[in-house]
Design a protein around this ligand. Structure first.
Ligand code: FES
Length: 104
């Protein structure tokens, strides 16, 4: 699958990857590691906060209570906000545009 990612500096990357694991792992493996996914995917740090195109949201798994609680604590929560470690990387994200949220 291919998706585009806008990083915290506003730079956009086209990321081509195999659909496996989580969105957080794909972003981290691509090389975006600065202040990103500090808890390693345990749904406890919120540094993997991303904003996904709203058009893709209905296809994704629902936000869990833990994930929603962490997102509520962010000053940057938007309609498309998700924690990337809680989003499976599968074909539903093909061609999505994803933006890494600023650090709170
Ligand atoms: Fe920490 Fe997602 S990596 S909440």
């Amino acid at each position: 699958i291919t998706f585009t990612l806008t990083d915290r500096d506003g730079k956009t990357h086209a990321i081509k990857t195999t659909p496996d694991g989580t969105l957080m792992e794909a972003i981290r493996d691509y090389g975006l590691t600065d202040e990103f996914a500090l808890c390693g995917g345990h749904c406890s740090c919120a540094t993997c906060h991303v904003i996904i195109d709203e058009a893709f949201l209905p296809r994704l798994s629902p936000v869990s209570r833990d994930e929603g609680g962490l997102l509520d604590g962010s000053d940057h929560r938007a309609a498309g906000s998700r924690l990337a470690c809680q989003v499976p990387l599968d074909a539903t994200l093909d061609l999505a545009h994803i933006t890494v949220a600023p650090v709170d």
